[in-house]
Design a protein around this ligand. Structure first.
Ligand code: TRP
Length: 341
């Protein structure tokens, strides 16, 4: 049987998607989906969101919003298995088993954990789910036997931990249940936010799909541009300019070549030419996704239905995997719970 390899990725629903998420992750997920070469599993990582931001009252709403945004950007529930992490009761089962396969000190050595612990000044008050974050991620990936994982560079340590856990699980079970997953790194320039730092929810420097065209324009006009070009007639440095970096993400042929030359020669100004142009380019590019989003966003029943169908497909696979592992390890696999007639 020549089964397609599995591509899998999750998005944390901290709120709706912004250009950084869309250009840096979602567009790549859409591309992989449309290749028709892989079976794609894309999910809303609501358990993971609860770890970094345990504001439980917002989780359901944020998840539905992210789902609407994902679909608006081209992820298609007919082509990919699109689902919500917490809809799958087999996931915590694998998470528990995986927690037997890695030590506390190995998890404490995870560079992502070390960095966040410092950044958030946890001082020993961090949640245990924080430490176990990569174990849950490993379960996410292995539950569906994910082979290729499109993620950003920051997630590579988590994929490494997943490979190690998968290796140990295979050894312990005495069979190759889990493929060792590989990260598919997105070749994407850093997407600058309006203040010039990396576009991120936590810096409040983002342009969201949910922003109106007017808000988008306002944000573009707040953007920090080339500090070495205080006057229109000063020669500019487009390669160091945030606005130009963002504009380049929307290059279509060589639309912006002339802009770059004119900027370098001090013929055009940021406020007069580049900011209006980028606002227009963004609003055009986002116009179709925004239209779809507006139709979906108020239809909670419709969105829940998409999740329900996705969960049914995902659970078939999840159940099979958990049954294999539990059988191999000697845990209960009661016929009525683990076998479908
Ligand atoms: N940790 C990922 C992030 O912060 C989200 C995520 C959770 C994920 N589970 C995953 C990504 C499994 C890929 C595969 O972006």
């Amino acid at each position: 049987m020549n089964r397609k390899k599995i591509v899998l990725s999750g998005i944390r629903p901290t709120a709706g998607l912004h250009l950084g998420n869309i250009l840096g992750a979602v567009e790549n997920m859409v591309k992989l989906q449309n290749l028709d070469e892989y079976e794609c599993y894309y999910f809303i990582a609501d358990y993971h969101a609860a770890t970094t931001n345990p504001a439980f009252s917002t989780i359901r709403e944020n998840s539905l919003e992210v789902l609407a945004d994902m679909i608006s950007c081209g992820l298609n529930p007919e082509k990919s298995v699109i689902f919500r992490q917490s809809d799958i009761p087999e996931l915590p089962q694998l998470h528990l088993i995986f927690s037997y396969l890695i030590t506390v000190s190995e998890l404490e050595r995870n560079p992502v954990y070390k960095e966040q612990k410092q950044e958030l000044h946890l001082n020993g008050n961090g949640l245990s789910s924080f430490l176990l974050y990569p174990v849950l991620q490993a379960a996410d990936i292995c539950l569906y036997k994910g082979a290729f994982i499109p993620v950003g560079k920051d997630q590579v340590p988590h994929i490494e931990i997943t490979r190690e856990i998968a290796r140990r699980a295979n050894t312990l079970c005495n069979r190759e249940i889990f493929p060792l997953p590989e990260a598919l790194l997105t070749e994407m320039p850093k997407i600058p936010g309006i203040d010039g730092r990396k576009m991120s929810k936590s810096y409040s420097n983002f342009i969201a799909l949910s922003d109106s065209p007017e808000e988008t324009k306002e944000k573009v006009f707040q953007m920090v541009t080339d500090v070495k070009k205080p006057r229109l007639s000063d020669p500019g440095h487009p390669d160091e300019c945030n606005l130009y970096q963002l504009m380049k993400c929307y290059e279509n042929g060589n639309t912006f070549v002339q802009i770059k030359e004119d900027c370098k020669e001090g013929k055009i100004g940021c406020r007069k030419v580049c900011k209006p142009l980028l606002s227009q380019v963004l609003n055009e590019a986002l116009s179709e996704p925004r239209k779809i989003r507006n139709e979906l966003i108020n239809d909670n029943n419709g969105l829940e239905n998409v999740l329900k169908k996705g969960a049914e497909k995902a659970r078939n696979k999840a159940l099979e995997t958990v049954k294999e592992v539990r059988t191999a390890l000697g845990f209960s696999v009661r016929i009525e719970d683990y076998c479908q007639e």
